[in-house]
Design a protein around this ligand. Structure first.
Ligand code: ADP
Length: 396
């Protein structure tokens, strides 16, 4: 009996000691977790404070911030009405912000970059992040972060500007490299053949001399055209060139272009005019448009040996615009070539007469005139170069 009593009390004591140990261990674990949590909170707060960031949650129509946004503004409280918050935002960003803070917003994460002026010292860039979900009670829960991204935006702008400068320099470099190549080629021919003709030690037949003189003349013309084209581009691009836009009726001017080119077209080609319906008026610089169409016609004649060349126009009723086109049954242009054909100095064949600047100038002119340029072509079938401009159909 005494022995069993002793055993029982020993068992109870052991149990008590074990329970006490478990309790002590749990308390230690809890304390450690609390310390860790406190630590984490502190470092998070430090990080947030250092980065000018504010956590917030939406409660009814109020935004409750984790720290005193009042430091940034004259506000007296950590919480402010959505409407008050919106009053610090630049008006152009309001629709976006209102849509993400809307009470009925569906679940999801959104963020918007916006400009706010919290302290009356001018607008700065901020990022408003927002996350919305349904709580277990079925209510909408919206929380988010407000981050100052002014420095980041400044760096971004600096990078954009630096890239633009680098791109311009690269463009200038490649333009100059192209230019010197294009100028040197005819110049070398002129100098070379002139030297040959002037050389006292060499005898040439009349036939040879004629060939040399033809080459010199051809390259003189090419050089002159090149210089004129380059001067034209720089005048247009620098804005020194003024466009003289006037109202005029299209049909008569297209007729005139047709008459002029009828005399110049090779006899082997059929050259025709396709007129649109009615009297169409445009508001454009007439000489510039004639220049563009002339360039299309000269190219068509250069790259077409049989078939036809058509000059035409038609009014596109639904878009209130007119299409002027030059269609040919020439060599055609491949899809890959079509992508670069309007670039400076593009020539498929280096030995073809021309500077490779004509279509580039056409594109610049058409864009300056407020129109657009288009090309449809198939190798071996032909090409159609078009320009589109706003136009009006009138009965007089
Ligand atoms: P250029 O001023 O030397 O005439 P363009 O810019 O007008 O140069 O034309 C560039 C190149 O586009 C030509 O060398 C030719 O390869 C191609 N091209 C232009 N028009 C036509 C056309 N109607 N048919 C086929 N190729 C064409």
């Amino acid at each position: 009996m005494v022995v069993s009593l002793g055993r029982r009390s020993l068992f109870v004591s052991c149990l008590l000691a074990f329970v006490t140990y478990l309790y002590w261990r749990e308390t230690q674990r809890k304390r450690n977790v609390l310390y860790a949590l406190e630590d984490e909170k502190e470092s998070l707060a430090l990080a947030v404070a250092g980065s000018d960031s504010y956590a917030w949650r939406l409660k009814k129509d109020k935004m409750i911030f984790d720290s005193f946004l009042g430091k940034k503004s004259d506000l007296e409280s950590y919480s402010l009405d959505v409407s008050v918050f919106c009053s610090f935002i630049h008006p152009s960003f309001l629709p976006q912000v209102e849509s993400i803070l809307h009470r009925d917003m569906i679940d999801g994460k959104r963020f918007v970059e916006l400009q706010c002026d919290f302290d009356g010292k001018g607008y700065q860039w901020w990022e408003l992040r927002c996350s919305t979900m349904k709580s277990i009670f079925g209510e909408q829960k919206t929380t988010g972060l407000l981050l100052n991204i002014e420095e980041y935006k400044k760096r971004e702008q600096e990078l954009i500007e630096a890239r633009e400068v680098a791109e311009k320099a690269e463009l200038k470099e490649s333009f100059l490299a192209n230019m010197s190549h294009e100028i040197r080629t005819p110049l070398n021919a002129i100098v070379g053949f002139s030297n040959l003709l002037a050389s006292p030690d060499m005898e040439f037949s009349d036939e040879e001399k004629k060939q040399f003189i033809d080459t010199i003349t051809r390259n003189n013309e090419l050089l002159l055209k090149l210089i004129n084209d380059i001067l034209e581009i720089s005048r247009i691009e620098s804005g020194y060139f003024s466009f003289n836009n006037e109202d005029w009726s299209l049909a008569a001017v297209v007729d005139e272009i047709y008459q002029t080119h009828s005399l110049l077209m090779p006899r082997t080609l059929e050259f025709s005019l396709e007129k649109g319906d009615g009297t169409v008026w445009v508001h454009l610089d007439r000489d510039r448009l004639v220049q563009v169409i002339t360039n299309f016609l000269n190219n068509a004649a250069k790259f077409t040996t049989k078939g036809y060349i058509k000059l035409g126009w038609n009014y596109v009723e639904e878009r209130h615009e007119v299409e002027l086109y030059v269609e040919d049954t020439g060599i055609g242009i491949s899809k890959s070539e079509q992508k670069v054909i309007f670039s400076r100095f593009y020539k498929k064949d280096e030995f073809v007469q021309g500077t490779g600047l004509g279509l580039f100038i056409c594109k610049v002119i058409v864009e300056k005139l407020g129109g657009r340029i288009a090309l449809s072509s198939e190798v071996g079938v032909g090409s159609r170069f078009s320009v589109f401009f706003s136009a009006e159909k009138r009965d007089f």
